[in-house]
Design a protein around this ligand. Sequence first.
Ligand SMILES: [Fe+2]
Ligand SMILES: [Fe+2]
Length: 283
Amino acid sequence: MSSASTGHAGVDLAAALDPITRTVAAYALSATYPTLPAAAAEVMDLANRSDAPFRDVDRVIRHDPVLAARVLSVANSPLFRPPGPITSLRVALLRLGWTNLRSILLQAVAEAHVFPRGPRRDIATARTHAVAVAHIHRQLAHSLGLDGEHAFACGLLHDLGRPMLFALLSSPSAPAVDRDRRVDVVDRLHCLVGDRVARRWNLPEVVARTCRSHHDEPPDGSASQIGATTIAVSEALAERCGLGSAPVLEPAPAAALLRRLELSDTEIAIVVGRAAELCRDLA
Ligand SMILES: [Fe+2]
Ligand SMILES: [Fe+2]
């Protein structure tokens, strides 16, 4: 991952980027990004709250049949290991609990609204990667004693800028970029765009910060909070299973990153084993 995405931090984009990336950056910075539909925004807001009343979630979902169907599809996926068929939102709550239901809602909203347009292969890769990182990041947060649901939201949306850029570049008015260059340009600019979209959607600050700076080197390498280190570890574990954000020739060195977490060897083995299991479920 190039660090050119640090343009948000005040780096002179004009000096830091090659001409094609610079052209796309200028276009992306002047673009108007879609807003989330009202129901999706409300569900996302409720899912980000540990104290949200179930009846509010139920009311919003009932008015959005497409989202309701997506919620059931996600709830019945092997990733959430449902003990039996989930046939309604209430059954999901009773069988899987509110904590899992929050993740299910977030994943359903993201699948329905974050990855809607763009080249099919690139969007599919971005979606699978986002879901893999979300589940691995949540598992990692539990091992570190951090908030699992915030970790899930941050993992799911960390690369928000990628699908937004793929969609933007499919617009007829967008600068022409070859497919070979497109992945690289998206890689360089996705943090910049992710930050803008996260703010436009009023996502929680922890999510916006993750979109903006998940490729920045944390000042102290700390894993005491959700951030660049925990995301980097989750990304490396996803890449090891072939679920990176783009095809990679050499997977990131997960072992070196894992050592930063100050977990015991046993805890690390559990995190690695669970990540591989999640990736298998996703495949
Ligand atoms: Fe990223
Ligand atoms: Fe990523």
